[in-house]
Design a protein around this ligand. Structure first.
Ligand code: AQP
Length: 320
């Protein structure tokens, strides 16, 4: 069984959709379970109302994109179970192991007021994976060290207290296009980018999408060519267009004779790709009853799936 999460650290953006969510929604998608990891969205200063609304928005986008509702849940709906399991796993983890995580060093390095949760969030991630009994976790390179930690904790718990957890493996995710920021194509498009000018959000109005794409940074040339190294801006536009159209960036480069024509085609392709997702998401958010129902059922299923592992772990560690 495979599990994938997405953090509502910002509004879902085109890169999340083309690179991950659209794959998740496709037949034979990479995972069996998808969750909105809102608890991971509070390891740095956050706004509670904003987090709550972004969590609903992310859940709505997952459903609107076509992921089966029975595969989806929200992490905080399992806060009690995950809190208990995280504590058990923290009692299985050394401080040194957690402090070695590269992401922690990068994000905490030299800063004051760092939340303890920034150090311990990989243990919560281990709890996400181990509670559900996942044996494979599709993750990018930046998360592989966290899956390694999860494996170490599962093995250690099993050998010290008794067999409870499947030892998961990190597998390469089936990813779609890598989308770059339109205003700074040397960076990837990110939902938490400081400047929204280069980020197309799934819920942006079509005219705003067109405007952002029209203003996308390119280079001093005038005719499109696919050369990600030397011409990252125009290559990014070609990749986006190819991902939306089911073609290749090189085919798209041949099809469009000027940057103006290319940008117009990219804008229309993106608007049309996002249109049904945007419309369905807005419908779901306008009448929260359906989303509430999906959320409740997802939480019940996820809690059921993990219940025996949590109660066994508590009992074996001497607590239940
Ligand atoms: N620009 C991107 N192109 C392709 N895929 C992308 N993903 C994110 N950005 C792009 C994919 O979206 C999935 C979920 O992302 P995540 O929540 O795990 O966080 P992330 O990768 O860190 O995404 P963001 O949008 O950049 O968030 P922030 O700003 O919080 O760091 C992943 O499968 C990811 O590869």
């Amino acid at each position: 069984m495979r599990i994938s999460g997405i953090t509502p650290s910002g509004h879902p953006q085109l890169g999340n959709y083309l690179g991950a969510i659209s794959r998740w929604a496709a037949e034979g998608g990479p995972s069996d379970l998808y969750f909105v990891s809102d608890l991971h969205g509070m390891t740095t200063t956050h706004n509670p109302a904003g987090l709550r609304s972004r969590t609903s928005e992310m859940l709505a986008v997952l459903i609107a994109s076509g992921i089966a509702p029975e595969r989806v849940f929200v992490q905080s709906d399992l806060a009690r179970e995950l809190g208990a399991l995280t504590w058990i796993l923290e009692c299985t983890c050394s401080y040194g192991e957690a402090a070695r995580m590269i992401q922690f060093k990068e994000k905490a390095g030299g800063r004051s007021g760092v939340r303890l949760s920034l150090l311990t969030y990989p243990v919560l991630m281990a709890a996400d994976i181990l509670l559900q009994g996942a044996d494979e976790v599709p993750v990018g390179e930046d998360q592989q060290q966290h899956v390694e930690l999860t494996r170490a904790l599962a093995r250690r718990f099993n050998s010290t207290y008794g067999e409870v957890f499947a030892v998961p493996e990190a597998v390469l995710p089936l990813t779609g296009a890598r989308v770059r920021d339109l205003a700074d194509p040397t960076r990837k498009m990110s939902k938490s980018a400081r400047d929204a000018a280069g980020v197309v959000f799934v819920l942006d109005e079509p005219d705003l999408v067109r405007r952002k794409i029209r203003r996308a940074v390119t280079d001093a040339e005038t005719v499109p060519a696919y050369d990600p190294e030397r011409r990252p801006g125009v290559s990014n536009l070609l990749e986006i267009l190819a991902a939306c159209s089911g073609t290749t960036p090189r085919e798209e480069a041949e099809r469009h004779g000027s940057y103006g024509a290319l940008k117009a085609a990219v804008a229309e392709a993106v608007v049309e790709t996002l249109r049904p997702i945007r419309e369905r998401t807005l419908e779901l958010l306008a009448d929260p009853a359906e989303l509430e129902q999906v959320r409740k059922a997802g939480a019940a299923r996820a809690a059921d799936r993990g219940e025996h592992r949590l109660s066994s772990a508590l009992r074996l560690i001497g607590a239940g």
